[in-house]
Design a protein around this ligand. Structure first.
Ligand SMILES: NC(=O)c1ccc[n+]([C@@H]2O[C@H](COP(=O)([O-])OP(=O)(O)OC[C@H]3O[C@@H](n4cnc5c(N)ncnc54)[C@H](O)[C@@H]3O)[C@@H](O)[C@H]2O)c1
Length: 390
């Protein structure tokens, strides 16, 4: 049995335990939990955990009493660093949700805490380890396109309303969607280009689509416009436009924040310079719906172009100097395109002493530093250098 101690057992932790860790090793048990919402957690726990799982007020007490074999941090974004800094003292394998930090102060505190820590960390970056991304990297390693010179990555998010109608609307917790969302994409872009991002210029559109003047706390059930508003559960169902079909907070509400006080961006883009000299572009759009969904990248060098997309679920390889192009199809139906399962293989392997992390704390920090530079660039309207780590 693998005894897991979890800080923040919300929907993501539950999904990772149920659909990924236990698929790799059915003997994973949640035995210790630090989470103030005991009722919510109990409702979420799988049957096999109900007897063993105990609640503790803090990590120290959980370490002493539950004696876990490994730790998981799945709280909301602002608490990842404080818990990870505490966890650094215990040398246990740690599964850490992204983003690993939400501010420069947090990131540097984390960097210092893990400089000497021996605790192996799996940062929850499923895209980097997904089979399609790994396959793309293999093509690059085999010199199929020559030296990678350019990458364009696109993220048209069809479920973006969740960043205005639930807990993610709280800007103090997210600090915007570069940190919340692009942290995945900038990470896999650095992985594919085999080079860190050193400089960023970014723009962000805020308060143009979501946010607005509807009264604070308004939900669809209390709204007089629910027959005409495309975001009401009834209209979403009728239009098959996605998003929750339960009553939810208004994504056009005052309490979404504002450009002056902080609000998630409707869309944001970044121009990237890699240490290798290569260039990149990243764009994320949060009001997309239905078939507009796209997430993937085009990477090119003098010899060829690779074009993969997780929603299309394939990789195209175009030779520039020969009349041949290939399409490689990927398998279907895996969570986060197979990446969650790959992270689970890494984490369980480390716990059993025979694996290594492909998504380390350094990777998590590199991505956060690039996202923080993008955020700062969008605020200041100029290029911003990215803090580098070894
Ligand atoms: N890697 C991925 O692909 C991926 C996907 C989804 C979410 N996430 C990340 O997972 C994290 C959690 O998201 P979620 O949707 O599960 O949120 P959630 O609200 O469902 O879960 C958060 C949990 O933390 C608990 N919590 C609150 N305060 C706490 C405290 N002081 N100590 C311990 N626990 C506390 C809450 O009660 C809740 O159970 C977010 O940071 C999000 O960015 C990552």
């Amino acid at each position: 049995m693998i005894r897991l101690g979890v800080m923040g057992y919300g929907s993501r932790s539950n999904s990772v335990v149920r659909h990924a860790l236990r698929r790799v090793d059915p003997d994973v048990r949640v035995t210790g939990i630090v989470d103030p919402d005991q009722a919510g957690v109990r409702a979420r726990l799988d049957d096999c955990d109900r007897n063993d799982a105990q609640f503790y007020p803090d990590l120290r007490t959980m370490m002493r009493r539950a004696r876990p074999d490994a730790l998981m941090i799945g709280t909301r974004c602002n608490l990842h660093t404080p818990y990870a800094v505490q966890a650094a003292a215990y040398d246990l394998p740690l599964y850490l949700e992204k983003p690993v930090a939400i501010s420069m102060t947090q990131a540097q505190t984390l960097e210092r805490a893990y400089r000497k820590a021996r605790c192996p960390v799996v940062v929850s970056f499923p895209l980097r380890v997904s089979p399609l991304c790994s396959m793309t990297r293999e093509f690059i390693n085999r010199d199929c396109i020559g030296r990678p010179e350019h990458i364009t990555a696109l993220n048209y998010v069809p479920y973006g309303t969740c960043y205005w109608e639930g807990g993610y609307r709280d800007y103090n917790v997210t600090q915007g969607l570069f940190l919340q969302k692009a942290t995945h994409d900038l990470d896999y872009m650095m992985f594919l280009m085999d080079s860190p991002i050193v400089r960023v210029a970014a723009m962000a559109a805020r308060g143009r689509v979501f946010g607005g003047n509807k009264r604070a706390g308004l939900t669809c059930a209390k709204c007089r416009e629910q027959d005409t508003c495309p975001e009401s559960p009834a209209n979403r169902q009728r239009n098959q436009s996605g998003g929750t079909l339960k009553d939810h907070l208004c994504p056009f509400g005052k309490d979404c924040g504002s450009p002056a006080t902080g609000i998630n961006e409707d869309a944001s883009s970044a121009l990237l310079e890699f240490a290798s000299g290569a260039q990149g572009i990243y764009t994320q759009v949060f009001y997309s719906r239905r078939d507009a969904h796209r997430r993937g990248a085009i990477i090119s060098g003098y010899q060829g172009t690779l074009d993969f997309d997780w929603t299309r679920n394939d990789l195209k390889y175009i030779r520039h100097h020969a009349p041949f192009s290939d399409t490689v199809k990927a398998g279907e139906g895996l969570s986060h395109f197979g990446g969650d399962l790959e992270l689970a293989y890494d984490f369980i392997g480390i716990i059993k002493g025979r694996g290594r992390s492909r998504t380390t704390m350094q990777d998590g920090l590199r991505s956060v530093y690039a996202c923080l530079s993008a955020k700062e660039s969008a605020e200041k309207g100029r290029f911003v250098k990215v803090r580098q780590i070894d």
